[in-house]
Ligand binder design. Structure first.
Ligand code: HEC
Ligand code: HEC
Length: 323
């Protein structure tokens, strides 16, 4: 008896060592731990991680951003600048330019951080932390904006306008479409890089759906252009919510370089609301049965309570005569 207890003890101890010691250790070695920055876009991490020759440039860039952020923007003149510059690329039905299609900015004020927007207009490649890809950052697909809106006050005005025009509540899907889907499809959400997949019909006589074929071709062309621009086609994000931890996703979206140094994915500059909405959409498509599961929970608990009461009553009635 004593011997068996000892063996059991040894087995338990080794199991616990394996469970708490080895597995988490291996995990921490395989995935480096990345701290988030609380969605504050002040360039601190960029400056720290920059190579020696880039440090000064980045320091100056983010100091300028801070200076512009302290200016008071004028909403009305911001609107004029927005309509004459930003809207010329960011219009409805815009087509691919330089490898990527400019997204809708309908809810930009609600999903992007103010400092990030200032940095983005000042220098898109630097703001999105992909400047390592460019010899001349003006060749970024949005690089032309640097010469179109160049005075500090103009930048402050446009950002004041974008922030003032929040355009109401954003749904998780809208946030995902505006911030991510120009690059990432979401099959379960029925989204391609060109937006929502249109409904088409096949010809009854031939069984062929020519509209769908045309659409598929357009998507393929867009994906080829993206792959040329980014070096690879960005992955479909339908089930990424299950494949990666929430912490990984949040820190990766905040600064892709922190998890994958050298990656072509830009930092998207989401603020707290924007990130929450995008995460909600990833959860919705990655784990669509969660609401049903959650709704079932209280019923299962209720069943156990009722079952316990019935079992107790039944036991009472069985033993009543025996005592
Ligand atoms: C300009 C294009 C672009 C945009 C916009 C973009 N991404 Fe990406 N994303 C990429 C590319 C390219 C990769 C592949 C990275 C690599 O392998 O180097 C990627 C990879 C990822 C990954 C995979 C990480 C992994 O390896 O598991 C996730 C998650 C992701 N993106 C999330 C998002 C989310 C969420 C958004 C919107 C907030 C977004 N991305 C916006 C280009 C983009
Ligand atoms: C020359 C065309 C052009 C002009 C002008 C332009 N943009 Fe863009 N913009 C783009 C393109 C292309 C992208 C997508 C870049 C990418 O994904 O790499 C983009 C992306 C963006 C994004 C999304 C960034 C992110 O992090 O996901 C925002 C916000 C934005 N632009 C705001 C503006 C504002 C505000 C202006 C006016 C001050 C402006 N843009 C002017 C072409 C343009």
């Amino acid at each position: 008896m004593n011997k068996e207890l000892k063996i059991l003890g040894i087995v338990v101890i080794f199991t616990l060592i394996l469970y708490w010691g080895v597995e988490p250790f291996a995990h921490s070695q395989m995935h480096k731990h990345v701290e988030g920055h609380g969605l504050i876009y002040d360039g601190k991490a960029d400056i720290e991680e920059a190579s020696k020759d880039k440090k000064e440039v980045k320091k100056k860039f983010w100091a300028d951003v801070k200076k512009i952020a302290s200016l008071k923007g004028d909403v009305a003149s911001g609107e004029t600048i927005f309509n004459s510059t930003c809207a010329s690329c960011h219009m409805k039905g815009a087509s691919n330019m330089g490898g990527v299609t400019p997204p809708s900015l309908d809810h930009a004020g609600a999903i992007y951080d103010k400092n990030f927007l200032i940095a983005l207009i000042k220098n898109p490649a630097m703001a999105t932390n992909v400047d390592h890809k460019y010899k001349d950052t003006a060749t970024h697909p949005m690089g032309a904006v640097m010469s179109m809106v160049s005075s500090d006050q103009d930048i402050a005005n446009v950002v004041a306008y974008i922030k003032a025009k929040k355009a109401g509540e954003v749904t998780p899907k809208e946030a995902f479409i505006e911030a991510c889907s120009r690059c990432h499809a979401n099959r379960y959400g029925k989204l391609t890089q060109l937006g929502e997949i249109p409904k088409t019909k096949s010809n009854i006589k031939t069984g062929q759906d020519i509209d769908k074929m045309k659409y598929d071709q357009k998507v393929a062309e867009e994906q080829n252009a993206l792959a040329d621009y980014l070096g690879k086609l960005p992955p479909d994000l339908s089930i990424i919510y299950r494949a990666r931890s929430e912490h990984f996703l949040e820190t990766f979206i905040e600064n892709p370089q922190s998890q994958l140094p050298g990656t072509a994915m830009p930092r998207t500059g989401l603020d707290k609301e924007g990130l929450e909405k995008v995460m909600a959409y990833l959860e919705e498509t990655g784990d669509p049965s969660k609401p049903a599961r959650d709704a079932l929970g209280p019923w299962v608990l209720a069943f156990f309570v009722i079952f316990t009461i019935l079992a107790y009553l039944w036991k009472q009635s069985q033993w009543r005569d025996l005592h």
